[in-house]
Design a protein around this ligand. Structure first.
Ligand code: FMN
Length: 449
């Protein structure tokens, strides 16, 4: 079954989306917008709402850009796990996937937050493990510079192991709460993590009972070689960045192929490339919305945003002149940045032509048309092993999400690509992932010490 998530920023996924008349009038710290989106998506049976996150505010040194705002500047956003704890109380089925970085958060805190969210949501939590791409964030954590990629991924892998070990601290039946005997818990049903590694030192156990899913679902997003390796090692969901079908197929085969050496079956990881959907009742309606949105992007903001995406400062370059070319990994510090620079070189694009192509989708893919055209594209990718589903980006919120759920979901169901209702109460059930076995049911517990 095709897995479907959506990125839940209330500003919408298109850079001009928040200025459109059908977008939310105000979004800064508006819980009601987030609940409304989660409920629309739940009515449409989507598997998860996904929230990217960062730990810094950007563009303050460029007041005109700062004022215009671009989505990942994030000057006013809820901490995503806290937000989802609230959203969980207004929904009952949709998965809630929040981002937390292993570069600046300790594994104990991550394990605790996501295990708590899994309890509060009845088994719907997912952790999007990121290593963080913005240098600015490091300045809020006692560092003038970001960790290098190698160190970031080293920390990420160690952190993932520790988090998973902490999630296995308690047996499912550890908390007896037996009033007659006075035994609240069984001390033989808990174990320590006792981890001493290069980056972290964690004794354990976690102070949260075993989560309803056993372990919340682990997502990843990095797409460099190190990112792919980590996804093959331990990812269960992957937010993909391929910018066309052939690239997506190659990435799919590559990452699934790498899983064998870790003894993992290929279907224990769901690869979900980003897909921006512009759907109308007719193709003409979709075209009209797209043109309207493109006219709402300011060139100065577009150049600045493209600079950020590619990791190359493009300000001052002639807007109709060519894009700079990259050499090795020295330009375009992230995988998205590199794929954008490669696409510009391949297609001979100017700065303006690159941002016009990239910004509607933030570097990912876009499908535009009537519901049948949108479903055709999605079905084609899914059946040709380019993906296991999609991470949808909605250009104008809440209009685009509602349109997708009302127009495209019925078409996908008609084709047998989506279930007619949720397959189970947990995110794992709905992604078709196995529930991890409680280790206390497999082996005798280690004595707590
Ligand atoms: C699709 C996608 C989404 C991402 N979302 C976030 C995010 O929300 N917050 C964050 O700090 N980093 C995010 N990242 C950054 C990654 O964690 C990683 O640091 C970055 O991509 C650089 O690593 P790479 O070279 O392996 O891609 C994202 C990356 C990708 C590709």
């Amino acid at each position: 079954m095709m897995v479907l998530g959506f990125t839940g920023g209330a500003l919408g996924g298109h850079l001009g989306g928040w200025r459109h008349r059908d977008s939310f009038p105000t979004t800064a710290m508006q819980l009601k917008c987030m609940i409304e989106m989660a409920q629309i998506a739940e009515r449409g049976g989507l598997d998860m709402m996904f929230l990217a996150d960062g730990n810094g505010v950007r563009q303050m040194d460029r007041p005109e850009l700062f004022a215009a705002n671009s989505p990942s500047d994030r000057p006013a956003v809820f901490e995503p796990v806290t937000l989802f704890a609230a959203v969980a109380q207004h929904t009952s089925r949709i998965g809630l996937v929040a981002t937390a970085t292993t570069s600046y958060e300790e594994p104990f805190t991550i394990a605790r937050k996501f295990a708590s969210l899994d309890h509060l949501s009845g088994g719907r939590a997912g952790w999007n493990l990121v290593t963080t791409q913005y240098v600015e964030d490091s300045k809020n954590f006692g560092r003038d510079e970001h960790f290098g990629r190698e160190e970031r991924y080293e920390r990420a892998r160690e952190s993932l192991d520790v988090v998973r070990s902490l999630w296995d601290s308690w047996a499912t039946d550890a908390f007896l709460q037996d009033k007659s005997t006075g035994r609240y818990l069984d001390p033989d049903r808990v174990r320590l993590t006792n981890h001493r590694g290069k980056h972290f030192s964690v004794k354990g156990p976690l102070n949260v009972a075993r989560a309803p899913q056993g372990q919340p679902v682990v997502f990843m997003a990095g797409q460099s070689d190190a990112g792919k390796e980590l996804a093959a090692y331990g990812g269960e969901g992957l937010f993909g960045t391929a910018s066309n079908k052939a690239e997506a197929q190659a990435e799919y085969a590559d990452i699934k192929g790498r899983m064998k050496k870790y003894g993992r079956p290929a279907d224990s990881l769901r690869i979900l490339p980003a897909l921006s959907v512009l759907v109308g009742r007719t193709a003409t309606e979709a075209d009209a919305l797209f043109d309207e949105l493109q006219s709402l992007i300011s060139p100065a903001l577009a150049v600045s945003y493209l600079s950020k995406v590619t990791g190359v400062d493009l300000t001052g370059l002639p807007i109709d002149g060519p894009m700079p070319k990259r050499k090795g990994e020295s330009l375009g510090g992230t995988a998205i940045g590199r794929s954008v620079l490669d696409m510009a070189a391949r297609d001979g694009l100017s700065v303006r032509a690159t941002y016009e192509r990239v910004l509607p989708t933030h570097g990912g893919n876009m499908v535009k048309g009537d519901p049948v055209q949108v479903a055709d594209m999605m079905e084609d990718w899914y059946r040709s092993k380019a993906c296991d589903g999609f991470m949808l980006s909605m250009p104008v919120e809440p209009r685009s999400l509602r349109d997708f759920c009302e127009l495209v979901v019925p078409e996908l169901r008609r084709r047998g690509l989506r279930p007619s209702e949720y397959r189970g109460p947990t995110l794992r059930d709905n992604m078709g992932l196995a529930h991890p076995i409680d280790p206390f049911l497999q082996a005798p517990a280690e004595k707590a010490g």
